[in-house]
Design a binder for this molecule. Structure first.
Ligand SMILES: Cc1cc2nc3c(=O)[nH]c(=O)nc-3n(C[C@H](O)[C@H](O)[C@H](O)COP(=O)(O)OP(=O)(O)OC[C@H]3O[C@@H](n4cnc5c(N)ncnc54)[C@H](O)[C@@H]3O)c2cc1C
Length: 381
């Protein structure tokens, strides 16, 4: 009987499997398809960014800054982590007025941040549009290869004894006296009941919300979206050298190692029942590209190479995840609703969740993410 049954083989499931295994704990991971087949895999790279992040996640990001540089050596596999620095571009006076407050708070949280004027900014990024008047610079932000990192994390967990089962979807739970006592899964074409020694860790993204509704009769205030990512044709060198975000445009830009420019930031595809996946929408592709060209005019010359909207993510109503046990299942820890920015903090959150599982005590850094925040919101009327 495994002590811990982890449901979901994205970055969260794999990182927690590794964290538990390196503590000598007995963990079994169920993945419905293959490792990194969900939000933690796919085109390009993911931003490891503190700049502009939700303030409640900044302490987690500070912790993650300490983990990312040595993670590749720690797991013995490629992460592709590169500390490029991030620029949050500013074009409007109202965003410039707000910038010193954010710079102050980010620095207070240990996130090195500087407000650059137009000349300082051009010295770093000469190809920017003249409309960009300033930027917040976080030199310690960067990028990582999400697909490789997730797979390397699973391999590292497996080497330490964690049992990783791909093509093995969890299909149900058995609960007794407020505890999950077993998980049903489809393994090798058979329905198998896996007894749970200590706890379940539910990290299956959209599926987690279905499990919670079906077995605990609880609604999580989260919903599914299909974020768009695209790569423009390669140009050496790319027009930018840093990770780029924007104070008011829906935009993220990353120069990829192969010379292509990756563009994303919040544009979306839509679910297509005939293809069974998220598919791109033409005006979203054009909208995202137009935002990128507005700040880097040279990008107008680069055709779109690839566009994907097939990796879904769960958004939470207040823009931060739910990381907690839920009423009715005391021994099931849930992590869901990463709201489009769960990658960067994953190694830190996984470490904290593993510590919680083993010690039984919620780490202080995870307190802002409790389910109770939705229950108490009405109490002070
Ligand atoms: C296009 C895109 C761009 C993003 N960009 C960034 C970024 O730049 N920076 C950043 O910080 N974050 C970013 N994010 C967010 C980040 O990638 C996600 O928050 C993170 O990868 C979520 O990891 P996860 O392990 O929770 O989910 P997933 O990676 O989706 O893993 C869940 C796994 O559960 C499996 N599963 C589903 N049902 C079952 C079942 N019944 N039984 C077993 N397994 C099951 C799925 O197959 C999947 O592999 C982005 C997300 C997307 C989609």
């Amino acid at each position: 009987m495994p002590d811990y049954v982890i449901i979901g083989g994205g970055i969260y499931g794999c990182a927690i499997a590794w964290e538990l295994a390196r503590r000598g704990e007995d963990a079994l991971l169920l993945e419905a398809h293959s490792i990194a087949s969900g939000a933690s895999g796919g085109l390009g790279e993911r931003g490891v960014r503190a700049n502009g992040r939700d303030l409640r996640e900044l302490p987690l990001m500070r912790f993650a800054y300490d983990i990312w540089p040595t993670l590749q050596d720690d797991i013995g596999g490629y992460t592709g982590y590169r500390r490029l620095g991030h620029l949050l571009l500013i074009e409007r006076a109202q965003d410039l007025a707000a910038a010193p407050a954010r710079v102050w708070l980010q620095n207070r949280c240990g996130i090195e941040s500087h407000l650059l004027n137009a000349a300082e900014l051009r010295a770093l990024e000469p190809n920017l549009s003249e409309d960009v008047i300033a930027a917040i610079h976080c030199p310690n932000d960067g990028v990582a290869d999400h697909t490789s990192t997730t797979r390397a994390m699973a391999a590292a967990a497996s080497r330490l004894g964690a049992r990783i089962h791909e093509r093995s979807p969890a299909i149900g739970l058995q609960l007794r006296d407020g505890q999950v006592v077993s998980v049903n899964a489809r393994m090798d074409g058979e329905t198998t009941e896996i007894p749970v020694g200590k706890a379940v860790v539910l990290l299956s993204n959209a599926h987690a919300a279905d499990i919670v509704r079906a077995h605990l009769d609880l609604q999580l205030p989260i919903w599914r979206m299909w974020p768009q990512v695209m790569a423009l044709a390669a140009q050496m060198p790319p027009p930018m050298t840093r990770l780029i975000g924007h104070a008011h445009r829906t935009l993220a830009i990353k120069p990829l190692p192969d010379g292509r420019v990756m563009i994303s930031g919040g544009w979306r595809g839509r679910w297509d029942a005939t293809t069974g996946r998220g598919e791109p929408i033409a005006d979203q592709v054009e909208g995202n590209r137009a935002e990128a060209v507005a700040v880097y005019p040279a990008l107008a010359n680069l055709p779109v190479d690839e566009v994907y909207t097939d990796r879904s993510e769960m958004l939470c109503v207040d823009g931060i995840p739910v990381i907690d046990t839920l009423p009715g299942a005391d021994n099931m820890l849930v992590g869901v609703g990463w709201s489009g920015h769960g990658w960067a903090i994953a190694p830190a959150v996984a470490k904290l969740m593993a510590a919680w599982l083993v010690s039984g005590e919620r780490p202080g850094l995870l307190r802002p993410f409790g389910y109770g925040r939705f229950m108490t919101i009405n109490e002070n009327r």
